[in-house]
Write a protein that binds this ligand. Structure first.
Ligand SMILES: [Zn+2]
Length: 474
């Protein structure tokens, strides 16, 4: 019975698989997007390396993607953010017909989605996962059938939440919310500062559940400044867990007993300075030395044709406050990581691996005594999942976790990653490797408008619960 319900819930997600991939591809192809995950439209065999065919706005040959964060990517991103394709209203609830690859609404032109490595060509075929819909001709359930709405999942969204949905969820707001949650749920949540950013902002590890549990999961986001919807997502996941902790259940298991066995660490904002720059510009930074460093980045980027309008430039800031892209700064194939040659809003890997305090904080957390079993990294954008790296010591397990997350999110497309320098890469290549996946939320360029958030929330509200169940079964 329990398994039946589980498959049924996942089937709801699978229904959306086709639709989401279609929408994602249509947006990317139709809008000429490249962005952080330009590889969205590249096949898995060459992802991270090759520009998608047929996109005249890109030059072939330059490494792209999350790990690459390159001049090529940045060049494309100097375009006005207003040029990003806007989602049509009601996308999440549109009627989807499965089986013919078509959906109504914005994705009706899905013929254009026949990009290399299109929706059917993931290296791991998650469409064969549990609960895959049996055939065509059916009308998929609406968004309310996503995992989490199933009758054997008693985990409900929060009414009158502490963590409000807002267009620019700031570091200061996050700190205030963490304090409020800690006061309200002091026995369920423990907060540890794990480091300090260059501009003096504490980086927090929020642990929910039994700190002595034999299994720990790490979920982190906001390592890239402009991806600041994800810190809000993680904070809302945390609050939902805390509110449902004593009464909720997942596939028949009380949450309270699950959290006896598994603790989840949330590091919602790994790069608070970068988030602050993206949201508030140079004025958000306190140190004059760092303000000057940001200005220098702008001068250098402008000279390289990567500048443009200052306000737009700063809103697209990914790096930390001295222009190091933290997700290129980890000691994972670092010497081979493609990098721009100077501190920049994006794509500079730093002068040495692990050179930045934010990088060190995350390395130290992972190197601590916790018995890690899985790590989820939240980035944006693309509705894709990166799960691999050359030399990955936990490849089958990472693929399995990614496969699960692909189904749970309603069809985020699995792609291997190349390059290196990322936190995920460092974990998969290191001395204590555990299954590790990067979920890239959102369909449009960063900073992602708040109008996209409802869909992102629906796709990701229960990723933590599925991850818990998965590590408990291993
Ligand atoms: Zn990112």
């Amino acid at each position: 019975m329990r398994n039946y319900h589980r498959w049924a819930a996942l089937a709801g997600a699978a229904f959306l698989t086709v639709a989401n991939v279609t929408v994602s591809m249509a947006d990317v192809v139709g809008g000429g997007e490249s962005l952080e995950t330009a590889v969205t439209v590249a096949g898995p065999e060459d992802s991270g390396q090759t520009a998608p065919a047929g996109d005249a706005s890109q030059q072939p040959g330059a490494p792209l993607g999350e790990q690459g964060a390159t001049a090529q990517e940045n060049q494309n991103q100097t375009q006005d953010p207003g040029s990003a394709p806007q989602p049509s209203e009601g996308t999440a609830n549109r009627v989807i017909r499965v089986g013919d690859g078509q959906s109504s609404g914005a994705a009706a032109d899905s013929g254009s989605t026949a990009a290399p490595g299109g929706s059917g060509s993931s290296s791991v075929d998650y469409s064969q996962g549990p609960g895959f819909f049996p055939g065509g001709g059916q009308t998929a359930p609406s968004q309310t059938a996503l995992p989490g709405q199933s009758e054997d999942i008693q985990i409900f969204d929060v009414t009158n939440p502490v963590v409000l949905t807002t267009a620019k969820y700031s570091y200061d707001q996050m700190v205030q919310d963490i304090n409020t949650l800690q006061q309200k749920y002091s026995s369920r949540m423990h907060v540890n500062p794990i480091g300090t950013s260059l501009d003096g902002r504490a980086i927090y590890d929020c642990i929910i559940g039994n700190q002595a549990a034999p299994r720990h999961i790490l979920i982190q986001g906001g390592i890239h400044g402009r991806e600041y919807l994800n810190p809000m997502l993680l904070m809302q996941q945390m609050e939902m867990i805390l509110v449902n902790y004593d009464t909720g259940s997942f596939h028949g298991n009380p949450l309270s007993s699950m959290f006896d066995q598994v603790a989840i660490h949330f590091v919602p904002m790994t790069n608070p300075d970068g988030v602050t720059i993206s949201q508030f510009g140079i004025d958000g930074i306190r140190s004059q030395q760092l303000k000057d460093a940001i200005s220098t980045c702008y001068v250098m980027d402008s000279a390289a044709g990567r500048g443009g309008d200052l306000g737009t430039y700063l809103s697209r800031w990914k790096a930390n406050a001295q222009g190091v892209d933290l997700n290129l700064n980890f000691d994972a194939l670092w010497a081979e990581v493609y990098s721009v040659g100077y501190p920049s809003y994006s794509g500079f890997k730093g002068t040495a691996p692990g050179s930045e305090p934010e990088t060190q904080a995350m390395m130290n957390l992972y190197s601590s005594q916790y018995p890690w079993k899985a790590v989820i990294h939240y980035h944006s954008m693309g509705d894709v999942i990166y799960w691999d790296i050359p030399g990955n010591k936990v490849q089958p397990e990472s693929a399995q976790l990614a496969n699960l997350m692909s189904v749970v999110t309603g069809g985020y497309r699995m792609l291997p990653s190349e390059g290196g320098g990322g936190y995920k890469d460092w974990i998969q290549l290191g001395n204590n490797p555990v299954p590790s996946v990067t979920l890239e939320t959102g369909r449009v360029s960063c900073p992602i408008p708040i109008s996209e958030y409802a869909l992102i929330w629906a796709q990701n509200r229960l990723t933590w619960a599925y991850a818990m169940e998965w590590v408990m079964g291993r």
